[in-house]
Design a protein around this ligand. Structure first.
Ligand code: PMP
Length: 415
């Protein structure tokens, strides 16, 4: 195999948001799991000698750990723009956060979602109305309006409705019109939950300013190590719901009779068990660094790389991009595509083995959407030789022009 060219350190984001990684490998799989930001690694390293049980001890290590955990909660809440009526619950990841919310919605809630969602925002919901994948942001708003009008016609005005949508698609990177969908939901007395797993790493998420009721994120897509996610949003449903996990920390008192349990309210209600202090602290450190960074500049840089990638892909005669909303729709740094006449898993393997390039192949845990977009891509390109699964390249803070060019060169030179 050809030796990989070294990346150019000058291309990397400097300072706290620099990411750790293996210089010889081209990581184009940020949407699956982003590399760890230096600031997250530093926050963990600083705490390692000091840690002790969170919420469960009078010793100074325990006290310090409890303080660090609760400060992390506050920092992440501020980063996400939470209101006084919101709470921030630590979970394992976005999947866990959305499952928690699915258990916490009041009995009889109808959940309205679109077929374009990641499985994590498709499968946990009880009593779901699944709307067809729209072909534009405007069609999404119109589709939701119609569905809500119909639901309100058929049900009583006070019946709870939750709209669950993604902020940015993990398949196409396309951004969804979250603020407009939130306004539409509220007009019909519904709430909205946004799966921000892919949005938050690329753009500020401000739930108060956007009128979002609930938001879910994953730390491992936000430059922190694995194991921490967050559900943030209105406390009333969460405090009224049965605890998500049952055990120590979620109670304020347990009597000797089996059912004599008084459950806590607030985040503790759903966070039984010893929490993931390092995940919380690492994620909070990234949130602080992102808040202090020039996000407009990070956005511009990412959009330039994304444009370079998409223009380069477009110039390859056998490559067809997957998209829902059209070529010019706003996106985060994610592109899915197929190579006509080539099996996507074989291409991914060749890119890894010959060129040290890591990207994702498959249907990206969004089977209904990916299948639909593959059919659409075949129709648009007129090609009959497109494979049944796709490839996805995704970029972020450590991505460089060299990474993009190496992928484009490798695709031009498939064996
Ligand atoms: N939603 C979206 C849009 C995602 O991209 C992902 C991860 N691929 C998830 C939810 C689930 O995230 P996690 O695996 O961290 O729970």
């Amino acid at each position: 195999p050809a030796p990989p060219r070294p990346t150019t350190p000058a291309d990397h984001a400097a300072g706290p948001l620099d990411v750790l990684g293996v210089p010889d490998l081209v990581n184009l799989d940020y949407a699956a799991t982003a590399p760890c930001a230096r600031v997250a690694a530093d926050a963990v390293a600083e705490l390692l000698p000091w840690y002790g049980s969170v919420h469960r001890g009078a010793g100074s290590l325990s006290q310090r750990s409890t303080l660090a955990y609760e400060r992390a909660r506050q920092t992440i809440g501020d980063f996400l723009g939470t209101r006084a009526e919101d709470e921030v619950i630590f979970t394992r990841n976005t999947t866990d956060a959305l499952n928690l919310l699915a258990r916490a919605v009041p009995a009889g809630t109808t959940v309205v979602t679109f077929g374009g969602e990641h499985h994590a925002n498709l499968l946990p919901w009880p009593n779901t109305v699944r709307l067809p994948v729209p072909d534009s942001p405007d069609a999404a708003i119109r589709g939701l309006a119609e569905a809500l009008r119909e639901l309100r016609r058929d049900s009583d005005r006070a019946a709870p409705i939750l709209v669950a949508v993604t902020g940015a698609s993990n398949v196409t990177g396309e951004r969804w019109p979250v603020e407009e969908l939130a306004a539409m939901a509220h007009r019909h007395g519904a709430r909205i939950a946004v799966d921000a797993a892919q949005l938050a790493p690329h753009a500020p998420v401000d739930i108060a300013a956007s009128g979002i009721d609930y938001v879910a994120v994953s730390g491992h897509k936000l430059y922190a190590p694995f194991g921490a996610g967050v559900l943030a949003g209105r406390a009333d449903w969460l405090d009224a719901a049965a605890p998500y996990l049952l055990g120590g920390g979620a109670t304020v008192g347990v009597g000797s009779a089996t059912h004599d349990v008084r459950w806590a309210t607030g985040p503790a209600r759903h966070e039984a068990g010893t929490p993931n202090l390092f995940g919380a602290v690492a994620l909070a450190a990234v949130c602080t660094a992102l808040d202090e960074a020039d996000r407009a500049e990070l956005h511009t840089r990412e959009q330039e790389l994304l444009a370079r990638l998409r223009t380069g892909l477009d110039a390859l005669p056998d490559v067809v991009e997957l998209r829902t909303f059209g070529a010019d729709a706003p996106r985060v740094g994610i592109v899915s595509f197929v190579v006509g006449g080539r099996d996507s898993a074989d291409v991914a393997t060749e890119l890894a083995r010959r060129h040290g390039i890591g990207l994702r192949d498959g249907l990206f845990c969004a089977h209904p959407l990916a299948r639909r977009l593959l059919t659409e891509a075949a129709g648009r390109s007129g090609r009959t030789d497109l494979p049944p699964t796709a490839l996805r390249a995704s970029i972020g803070l450590g991505s460089t022009t060299d990474h993009v060019d190496r992928l484009l060169d490798a695709l031009a030179d498939l064996g």
